[in-house]
Design a protein around this ligand. Sequence first.
Ligand SMILES: [Zn+2]
Length: 166
Amino acid sequence: MRNTLVLNASYEPLSTVSLQRAVVLVLQDKAVVEHAHPLRRVRAASVDLPLPRVVRLRRYVRVPFRQRAPWSRRGVLVRDGFRCAYCGRRATTVDHVLPRSRGGGDTWLNTVAACAADNHRKADRTPEQAGMVLLATPFEPTPEASLMLALGADQDDLPDWLPLPA
Ligand SMILES: [Zn+2]
């Protein structure tokens, strides 16, 4: 699980790493803990520190290019705020706008959050064929937002000053 956010020295989100990797960065003095889990701690032989959720590199790292956001089902649900793209109610599933059986892929632009009922109703059809209307156009999150998406369910305990997913 890559669920610890790494910030550049300039506080820009840079990447996500495993908890183990984050702890190593801190122990090697390459990063400082900017935000820790309120209760949990990392304890090992000679280590006892608050469980880091966000670490910041001490030295600025020049980033030559921005990677594109990797697609994930969870990322689609978070991007869409867990709201069904067809009815606006709570979504727990991901719908392929152009069904996979018709060549639709696992991409940001082809997937939306959907409630189970609408996903079932739409089935193996396009929205037009099913007579359903998308309430919003799917979009590709920025790389920065995708880092936040990658952090998953524990976003609630992240600090306020971090940029939120677009
Ligand atoms: Zn729905």
